[in-house]
Design a protein. Structure first.
Length: 351
């Protein structure tokens, strides 16, 4: 929810700004938020509810790839474009056969890059910093499994060794068995992919057991609350996240200033900028699709077509989509906990 509320607020901000500017003459955009509770079943219920509303013309979300998998066919059946700011599992756009990519859902897009890029980026960073032995852990969800698989392939390709491959249950809080399994293998780092509520205690328990190596995670742990949960033991831990730091660009600084001025109770967090850009991708499409439309429902197909054509400078960089609906931008950042907060350690375009 800490990431989800930032996403919700950022979309709300984009909608309010568009209405204030009269971006789509003759139309007012209304924003409605549904909570998928990070659950595929709750996501299905929310998506079904939205498809039953004739005025729904676009959806931003969800946060979790597993929820994205569940709601893609529901929104596709109604012709409603779905733009995710946070789904990183590659199969959502290219199907399960990586060797023969095929777009499965024409209405699905995303503004973030994928695990096929993020995992290798993390692997290259560790190898470049002399860490050739790594243990992996994931939470058995689509996001965790996909990112660990991508990381592992690149890490081995670069000459690294996976000393141990473990999994945890998302609702666990005691990780002693996993720590005991990976400690004797002598990893120089632990690559964990899941969410920060599990990663914080895991980092604590690793260090308490004498496994004093960095825990590196995906974007699921890139949140201030991870540092709060892990405490001082998080110092030196790492995470990757898509894009450049929001406050590193003029557009990002303006977005954050506007967000602060709107006085939302929660921070924009890791996916605020991507949500803002996702909302504006739909809004830009609506400029064309609603121009001569009789009603919102009649403009859904045209809106999907126009989302696929957008190209504008957003908070997260150039916003546009390839033939699969993936973001064309492939910028990522490695963050390191330094002095009790996440600090950018490396930002680069993946090659």
């Amino acid at each position: 929810s800490a990431m989800g509320t930032g996403m919700r607020n950022s979309v709300d901000l984009a909608v309010k700004q568009a209405n204030a500017k009269g971006t789509i003459p003759g139309w007012e955009i209304q924003f409605v938020a549904e909570d998928d509770q990070a659950s595929p079943d709750a996501g299905k219920n929310a998506a079904t509810k939205l498809t039953g509303d004739k005025d729904v013309i676009g959806v931003v979300g969800p946060l979790n790839s597993s929820v994205g998998q569940a709601i893609q066919p529901i929104l596709e059946s109604a012709g409603i474009p779905l733009v995710s700011p946070a789904n990183t599992n590659p199969t959502l756009t290219k199907g399960a056969d990586a060797a023969n990519p095929k777009r499965t859902y024409a209405t699905y897009f995303r503004t973030c890059t994928t695990d096929a890029i993020q995992g290798p980026f993390a692997a290259q960073y560790l190898l470049a910093n002399g860490m050739t032995k790594v243990a992996t852990i994931h939470d058995k969800k689509a996001y965790g499994q996909g990112l660990v698989d991508a990381f592992t392939a690149e890490f081995k390709k670069g000459g690294g060794t996976i000393t141990s491959a473990q999994t945890i249950n998302p609702d666990e809080s005691n990780y002693q068995a996993v720590v005991s399994a990976i400690s004797p293998t002598g990893p120089q780092a632990v690559y964990y992919v899941g969410e920060y509520p599990q990663a914080g205690p895991l980092s604590q328990q690793m260090k308490a057991a004498g496994l004093n190596v960095p825990l590196m995670g995906g974007d699921g742990i890139y949140h201030p609350k991870y540092v709060d949960l892990a405490g001082k033991t998080s110092e030196g831990d790492l995470s990757t996240s898509v894009g450049a730091p929001t406050d590193s660009t003029d557009a990002g600084k303006k977005f954050l200033a506007d967000y602060d001025a709107a006085k939302y109770a929660e921070p924009a967090a890791a996916y605020g900028g991507y949500s803002y850009d996702a909302a504006n991708a739909i809004i830009n499409a609506l400029k064309v699709s609603l121009k001569d439309a009789a009603n919102a429902k009649a403009a859904r197909d045209a809106t999907t077509t126009e989302v696929g054509k957008v190209s504008f400078d957003g908070v997260t960089g150039k916003v546009s989509f390839d033939e699969y609906g993936d973001a064309t931008s492939k910028v990522l950042t490695v963050y390191k906990v330094t002095g009790g907060k996440w600090v950018a350690a490396k930002t680069d375009t993946f090659k």
